[in-house]
Design a protein around this ligand. Structure first.
Ligand code: GBH
Length: 490
């Protein structure tokens, strides 16, 4: 699939969107600077300093609040025309609600956006990448339906203040990870531990809040601002552990429906609403557990209509694949829980490399397969934009594993585009630079740029993977031999 010089046979279209992604809490720091309000991650990590594996927090992070110009230069040096980032809700609305708008926060983002545009880089902005204002978390966060109104108000403020500049919006990042880890379990803040109940409330109200923000934009802002708005969903791919076993094949499909379909079906299917498999399964298990009603809330028919078609693109975050087998009664699972409802055992092939975080095994073919699963289920009318893809390691400038990951995952994406007919219009690498990786603190590294966290300057240095990505973006092809041609970093 490559010619003698190492170039991929397929090339990316000239108008293909290449970018790199970050998220506010993971880079900004300046947690109490410029009249910013607290996010639940600030509050929680200050109260529970041992929540992260290294006892760290996001108080300074990569200090991008002060070093945003350096970030822009990094993006520019990669030859990218797009930069995906998020707005910190409490930096704009310190109380969470729109009665108080923080001028310093508004100025920060407007300056940043304008500086990006000056360099011909289009900002792609996520409204919610997990840093909920603490006052709203105190009301139950996404488990309180009132949040739908408050999210819509926040979205309105953002569209009003920035919509002249921002033409590509994502309402929220990975509602599945956010709700299951944060509301169902305690991997993420707010560590609510409301398995099978709170985590579904979170999912339900995030979906409705997304739809409200979409329609607000569509009706009141799109006519003059002329932008696009969608949502970002996360998906591991799921393969049957033993493909000859029907029960393992069912487990894999069930996993994808329970974790991706649960969000994608209401938005992207022609039918709307939760997938039938998900609805039936959670209803049945709830009843068998003695609940009077299903733990998965119902949409009204007007809510189903509101959600159906409420996205201009399919934002996909993909990192890895798991092997599935049927395991309905696994010992040690919390009951009830989203995981228990799913009823599958997750494993990974020990032959797949794991250069960093334990959950992230490298299996490039899974990327092509998940892109096909999405296309099969929801068609080609709505374009897919890969809003995150990347791999972690434990640091170092000569990041061969990351170079290889990007080359091979991007090649699988080309196959999905050219051989399978998937409608893929963009790709964002995760992430620009080493950052605060939630519970993992600063122990795992995802950056194209190394960041020196021992220096107050938070110096950024390009890794091999940065040069390699820039080469792909410039040539519109993957150059599998490029890495042999450039000098090692020191
Ligand atoms: C994305 O989440 C996020 O959007 C981004 O902010 C993040 O930095 C990036 O990925 C890299 O992690 O310890 O086994 O319970 C990806 C989803 C959520 C997957 C946390 C791993 C913990 C797995 N990740 N999850 S485990």
């Amino acid at each position: 699939y490559v010619d003698g010089s190492g170039l991929s046979n397929y090339s990316f279209p000239d108008d293909f969107i290449f970018g790199v992604a970050t998220a506010a809490f993971q880079i900004e720091g300046a947690w109490n600077i410029g009249n910013k309000g607290e996010s639940m991650w600030d509050t929680y990590l200050h109260k529970h300093p041992n929540f992260t594996v290294d006892g760290s927090n996001g108080d300074v992070a990569t200090d991008s609040y002060h070093k945003y110009k350096t970030d822009i230069n990094c993006v520019k040096s990669l030859g990218l025309k797009y930069y995906r980032m998020s707005i910190s809700w409490p930096r704009i609305l310190p109380q969470g609600t729109d009665n108080v708008i923080n001028k310093d926060g508004v100025r920060y983002y407007r300056t940043l956006f304008k500086e990006l545009l000056k360099e011909n880089i289009t900002p792609v902005v996520t409204l919610f990448h997990w840093d909920l204002p603490t006052p709203l978390m105190d009301l139950g966060g996404w488990s309180n339906p009132k949040i739908i109104d408050y999210f819509e108000d926040y979205a309105k403020v953002a569209f009003t203040l920035f919509g002249d500049i921002i033409k590509l919006w994502s309402t929220m990042n990975e509602p599945h990870q956010h709700c299951s880890n944060g509301y169902g379990g305690d991997n993420f803040v707010p560590a609510m531990m409301s398995g099978g109940v709170g985590e579904y409330l979170c999912a339900h109200y995030m979906l409705l809040a997304h739809a409200r923000a979409y329609h607000l934009y569509d009706k009141s802002f799109r006519p003059h601002q002329k932008g696009k708005i969608g949502i970002t969903l996360d998906a591991f791919y799921a393969e049957p552990k033993d493909p000859t076993k029907q029960s393992d094949r069912d487990a894999a499909e069930r996993y994808l429906q329970m974790h991706l379909g649960i969000f994608a079906h209401p938005i992207y299917s022609s039918m709307g609403d939760y997938p039938p498999l998900v609805r039936e399964r959670i209803n049945n298990i709830s009843l068998s557990q003695g609940f009077t009603r299903s733990r998965l809330p119902y949409f009204t028919s007007s809510e189903i209509d509101l959600l159906r078609g409420s996205s201009d693109f399919f934002g996909l975050n993909h990192y890895t694949t798991y092997l599935m087998s049927d395991m309905p009664m696994l010992q040690g699972w919390r009951v009830p829980s989203w995981d228990h409802d799913t009823g599958v055992l997750l494993e990974q092939n020990p032959l797949w490399p794991k250069p960093g975080a334990d959950w992230l095994a490298v299996y490039p073919a899974g990327f092509r397969k998940v892109l096909n699963w999405i296309t099969r289920n929801y068609g080609t009318r709505i374009p897919i934009i890969v809003t995150e893809n990347g791999v972690s390691d434990f640091g170092g400038l000569n990041d061969y594993a990351r170079v290889s990951y990007y080359n091979n995952y991007l090649y699988q994406m080309l196959l999905a585009m050219y051989e399978d007919g998937c409608n893929i219009q963009g790709y964002f690498a995760w992430t620009l630079m080493d950052d605060f990786e939630w519970k993992d603190g600063y122990t795992v590294k995802f950056g194209l740029f190394h960041v020196d966290f021992n220096s107050t300057e938070r110096t950024r240095i390009p890794k091999l993977s940065a040069f390699n990505y820039a080469e792909i973006v410039r040539r519109r092809r993957i150059n599998f031999k490029y890495i042999e041609q450039i000098p090692k970093a020191h």
